[in-house]
Design a binder for this molecule. Sequence first.
Ligand code: COA
Length: 175
Amino acid sequence: MVTAVYPGTFDPVTNGHVDIAMRSSRLFDKVIVGVYDSPPKTLVFSTEERVELFHRAIAHIPNVEVRPYAGLTVDFAKEMGATVVVRGLRMGSDFDYEFNMALMNKKLSPDVELVCLMTRLEYQFVSSSMLKEATRLGGDVRGLVPDHVLSMLGDRLGATKAASISGSISEGGAS
Ligand code: COA
């Protein structure tokens, strides 16, 4: 039985991430999506929300589960009984980053193997930050995230932005 972990920040999960989780589920007996709790990025969603959003996106895949984790990814993998870490590769720049991280992970835990899956063409340009920026600016990101994520993004960023813009316009108008 081979268990893999698929780690990431997932702030929020995109269809690109779901695609990687889905394809991993066909390669491994069990896939555990690891939602890293404290990346060095400004987060929009809490760890619990990121776990829940990913969980809803893969609920139909029986051999995939989602868990939060802290600390090293290789320690999380060991704790889960996983021998594989899965990552998605979108473009050349991802490769350099993954290569460095893989070397460090190999040093930290020689028994854990990295498996990279090429991201599907239609999601090559997608990143969580870009989706958040587009939503903030009123862009339509339908088709790039699951529907429940689209509505959470709209609630969290679209409405806030619209409210703050109209607030500052009316403040500006009054002065
Ligand atoms: N589809 C869509 N977007 C994708 C994608 C795909 N298939 N694959 C990656 N991305 C996006 C992510 O959404 C992310 O976007 P963002 O930067 O706008 O948030 C970006 O590409 C980079 O993603 P990724 O490389 O997966 O980084 P991450 O922040 O999601 O995850 C960890 C990084 C958590 C795996 C890594 O920091 C880690 O292992 N941390 C734990 C500590 C540790 O063990 N460090 C390593 C040894 S020191």
